[in-house]
Design a protein around this ligand. Structure first.
Ligand code: FAD
Length: 456
């Protein structure tokens, strides 16, 4: 890969004016995402695109000069996928944050990629609609980034992940051409589904410049329950029973370490003697009945305490415990957050393996996550200033990913591969599948300038 020579910088300045800078201080804040212990290079230029034309001009000039481009949304990623590469152009789309239109009849919202998830949700709510995908970062992450990582969230248990809510995309290809994928219709089988190919592609195939996302009718009733368990196996048995009998929108899990950290921070009065806690939320007309079905399943599977409520404010107060899980663990030291998904029946094995890893490396690991999806976030707490604990944290991380693979799991449920998970990708997807992925990359980006070396 080349870097920008003076002629190319002049060309970019001519086309982009104030949208481009090569000031090292200005670029500093755009070098890294929020992942920990991932490498980040030094970019040669930062483009803060104002519109799709800026994106197209940047990519056209970058491909002419063979310069790598790292697209950046809000930079909240946790896999290092938006970290700068040495000599790259960082292409930020954060200023492209217009909600273009909300079509209440079609129940869609068309947005620029830099729109923050919570802003879209708020705009939809104003017209009685619901933008469902709700990553924990919804207040700070962008729709473009959510699409490029196929972000999950709490409501995935019932409503699926970001890819389940996208109708159409407009994207700029590596050479500056624009492609519009998908259709305005609810059903569409016209050729290969390029929309879904772009979802989760981590900025390696094209730059999303507009997205039409599906909205749902706002839910009316919700009901919430919380249950504590003497051991993690009972909690997972309850999850399996819940999944068999009801369709809650949220089924979240917290282990003993996380419960203690949350209680220490919030003084909520959580049962810190419990080994595990489940937070379950149902919605729709039968929400209160459904949540009682879930509560019964918990009682039948050994829950020590079960409490349910149809009061929205009280329900949100319960859910708060889960929302602040990572913040609570961050108070205990530096954190290395993992993102592992196993088949739900294998969760007890995964949780036991995580406990074994914590003991082996003498580290604190707090585990929380989306139980109905088998998607856990074991979070290693360590001292970033102590090289020995950094080494142990890295080794513990590697062991947990390997354990996940042993159990037939996926090395990433929702955060993506980026650079963080690359060492394990080959162990999960076979060589044939990987070669197909690389072939797709070549078809979209023959010169390989888009986030090269990232993902697959
Ligand atoms: C506190 C916290 C909680 C989180 N909770 C969750 C959670 O519950 N679920 C979850 O899935 N993730 C979660 N995340 C991770 C992160 O927020 C998501 O991965 C999010 O989707 C990233 O969006 P972003 O706008 O910050 O993207 P960035 O970090 O800027 O970029 C992420 C990737 O997307 C690419 N990209 C960004 N915009 C575009 C575009 N327009 N076109 C093409 N490629 C693009 C980048 O190149 C990069 O590969 C959390 C992060 C934090 C810090």
């Amino acid at each position: 890969m080349s870097t920008l020579d003076d002629a190319a910088v002049d060309q970019l300045v001519r086309e982009l004016g104030p949208a481009i800078t090569t000031d090292p201080d200005a670029m500093l804040a755009y070098r890294r995402d929020q992942s920990v212990l991932t490498p980040a290079g030094a970019p040669c230029a930062l483009v803060r695109a104002r519109d799709a034309d800026d994106v197209a001009a940047t990519l056209r000039i970058a491909s002419q000069h063979g310069v790598p481009v790292v697209t950046r949304g809000a930079g909240t990623g946790l896999a290092g996928a938006a970290n700068a590469l040495d000599g790259c152009i960082v292409l930020s789309v954060e200023k492209m944050n217009r909600i273009v239109r909300i079509d209440t009849d079609a129940r869609t919202a068309t947005v620029e990629p830099g729109v923050i998830n919570a802003d879209l949700a708020a705009a939809a709510a104003q017209v009685g609609l619901w933008y469902v995908p709700d990553p924990g970062s919804r207040a700070i992450s962008s729709i473009g980034g959510n699409l490029a990582t196929n972000a999950g969230g709490s409501c995935c248990a019932k409503y699926g992940v970001t890819r389940d809510h996208v109708a159409q995309l407009t994207a700029v290809l590596a050479d500056g051409r624009v492609v519009r994928t998908g259709a305005a219709t609810r059903k569409n089988v016209a050729g290969l589904d390029l929309t879904q190919l772009l979802v989760g592609s981590e900025g390696t195939l094209a730059v999303i410049v507009e997205a039409t996302m599906r909205l749902r009718a706002a839910t009316t009733d919700t009901a919430t329950m919380v249950a504590t368990f003497p051991d993690t196996a009972s909690a997972v048995a309850a999850v399996l029973a819940i999944r068999a009998r009801a369709e809650p929108r949220v089924v979240e899990f917290m282990d003993r370490t996380t419960i203690a950290a949350v209680d220490d921070m919030t003084h909520m009065g959580l049962d810190v003697t419990a080994a595990a806690m489940l937070l379950v939320q149902c919605d729709g007309r039968g929400a209160a009945d459904d949540v009682r079905v879930c509560a019964d399943a918990c009682s039948e599977h050994g829950a020590t305490e079960v409490y349910d409520t149809s009061d929205d404010a009280e329900g949100e107060a319960f859910m708060h415990a889960r929302y602040v899980a990572l913040t609570a663990l961050e108070r205990c030291g530096s954190t290395l957050l993992d993102d592992l998904a196993v088949p739900v029946p294998r969760l007890p094995d995964m949780l036991a393996r995580i406990e074994g890893v914590a003991a082996r490396y003498d580290l604190t690991i707090g585990t929380f996550g989306h139980a109905a999806d088998g998607n856990m976030h074991p979070t290693i707490v360590f001292d970033a200033a102590d090289p020995d604990t950094v080494t142990r944290a890295n080794a513990a991380f590697a062991d947990m990913v390997s354990a996940c693979l042993d159990l037939g799991g996926s090395i990433s449920g929702e955060h993506g591969i980026g650079v963080l998970k690359q060492p394990w990708l080959a162990a999960q997807v076979g060589e044939t599948e990987r070669e197909l992925m690389r072939g797709v990359k070549r078809a979209f980006d023959p010169a390989g300038i888009l986030n090269p070396g990232r993902g697959y």
